[in-house]
Design a protein around this ligand. Structure first.
Ligand code: SF4
Length: 488
């Protein structure tokens, strides 16, 4: 490892804890093609800013038009990486096409050379690709290609796909991409570009989201979430369908259904990941979160005086719990707008202070029996600290309600849920978790209740059930131990 890579690795591991106490979205993607030259860099930058919550380790933008193609990417937040000076490097008069990416990582470590978009020179010209999700057979494909003499510069899945596309030298970019869609497995959405067009695709199960928008003056945009379309000034057209390949070029928008679609989108998009200001696969996100709270109130009532949500992700479900139960809702916790990922506890004994730095209880909880609603419990460490915060502020009782079922299994489709041994519910029953977090009662929404709240006929629930709709990586050791999990 070079000195620079070693320094980058150290920085990355210091800034973001490897196993967070919330599941983490892997990535967000944006892709744009317009009929006339435009400030594509600024447009993609806006889209990435709107998708910052989907990845905070690195980001990148690739812009093309005429004979030019330029790329800038680095470690850091969108606002840190893309200064005016850096955006200027991406500006040129003929720019009409671009893709962008925000990234976390589980496959491929947190290093600059793994930042996306990835580019490759091929007989099709320079190609750039960015993806969200995981290819479950990436290792098998990579080993095959290495055996055939291929050389890889990164450790992430995108490079496998872009190399596969480039290898079909006799096919057009569109045909090669369609061919590769049948070879990669898992849960992912991908955007790909050359100098004249952008391509967008979803895996055959539609696990990761991808939507299409249209600009009022012509041209199209693809993005991980509809919120990014609004910020970029585009109108929502529709979701990319599972197994569909959509191309935006000077002929407009055209699509082919490459693989039979079988929609099983990630339930966690509605629980926690996605912005609340849009709908994915036809199901509005905010309304689903409120319904999760309503379902929780029906499934797990509590004798209490006040409903409080853990900001920000537990607030909508807390509102739903309050509406359904009739127990008043109030702001019982304030979140500091400045305590982001940048605060690093200087020593282990100060880690408890991290929650106090981020969340402050209000006087509303004093002398009250509180229902505390959050979206998930991963390790339980943070949940325990929040319960203690409320008790210290005078709460008489704390009844913890969770708008996702217990997370017992890892995700293989692009979500960092923590290692299995770190998941509280993989090794402990509900009563043991309740004891660990110090709540007076603890209840989770049921799997069927969650599905009712989202309102789709099928969603991926694999991290709760261990049933993986898009398969698991071959030879993964955790997969072998799924059957041995006992939950008391
Ligand atoms: S396993 Fe869980 S986090 Fe991963 S895609 Fe399925 S529902 Fe989403």
């Amino acid at each position: 490892m070079s000195m620079r890579h070693a320094i980058e690795r150290a920085r990355a591991s210091a800034a973001v804890p490897r196993w967070p106490d919330k599941p983490r979205e892997e990535c967000g993607v944006v892709a744009v093609h317009v009929p006339r030259p435009l400030d594509i860099a600024a447009l993609v930058h806006l889209g990435l800013f709107a998708l910052q919550h989907r990845g905070q380790e690195s980001c990148g933008i690739c812009v093309a038009g005429g004979d030019e193609i330029r790329i800038e990417k680095d470690m850091g937040l969108v606002t840190e990486v893309f200064t005016e000076e850096r955006l200027d490097k991406l500006r040129f008069p003929a720019a009409r096409t671009g893709i962008g990416h925000t990234r976390y990582s589980t496959t491929g470590s947190s290093l600059r050379f793994n930042a996306q978009p990835l580019t490759v020179r091929s007989n099709k010209g320079l190609l750039a690709l960015a993806h969200n999700g995981n290819f479950t057979n990436a290792k098998v494909l990579r080993d095959q290609m290495l055996g055939e003499g291929a050389v890889f510069q990164t450790t992430n899945d995108s490079e496998v796909m872009i190399n596969l596309v480039a290898r079909y030298a006799h096919l057009s970019l569109e045909d090669a991409t369609a061919r590769v869609m049948g070879e990669v497995e898992g849960g992912f959405s991908v955007v790909l570009m050359d100098r004249r067009r952008v391509l967008a695709l979803r895996d055959r199960h539609g696990v990761r989201p991808l939507v299409i928008g249209a600009f009022p003056d012509g041209g199209y945009v693809f993005a991980s979430e509809p919120g990014a379309l609004r910020v970029m000034g585009a109108a929502f057209v529709r979701d990319v369908r599972p197994g569909e390949l959509v191309v935006a070029d000077d002929r407009g928008l055209h699509s082919r259904q490459v693989l039979p679609g079988e929609p099983t989108p990630c339930a966690f998009e509605w629980i926690y990941f996605a912005r609340g200001d849009g709908a994915l696969d036809g199901a509005p996100v905010h309304a689903a979160r409120v319904r999760m709270g309503e379902v929780l109130a029906a499934e797990a009532p509590a004798d209490a005086d006040l409903v409080v949500g853990v900001p920000d992700s537990g607030l909508a479900a807390a509102l739903g719990y309050s509406r359904r139960s009739g127990i008043p809702y109030d702001i019982g916790l304030y979140k500091s707008p400045y305590a982001g990922r940048s605060f690093i506890a200087p020593s282990p004994h100060l880690r408890d202070q991290k929650v106090r730095l981020k969340l402050a209880p209000t006087e509303a909880v004093a002398g009250r029996r509180v229902v505390l609603v959050d979206d998930s419990i991963v390790r339980g460490t943070t949940s325990g600290r929040i319960v203690q915060l409320l008790r210290d502020a005078g709460a008489l009782e704390v009844h913890f309600r969770v708008s996702s079922p217990p997370i017992r299994f890892p995700c293989f489709y692009g979500i960092d849920t923590a290692a299995r041994q770190e998941l509280a519910a993989a090794t402990m029953g509900v009563e043991a978790i309740r004891e660990r977090i110090g709540a007076d009662s603890l209840e989770f929404i049921s799997e069927s209740g969650l599905s009712r709240a989202i309102g789709l006929s099928r969603t991926c629930l694999a991290c709760f059930t261990g049933r993986y709709p898009a398969g698991t990586p071959e030879g993964d050791s955790e997969k072998a131990s799924f059957e041995q999990v006992t939950v008391g």
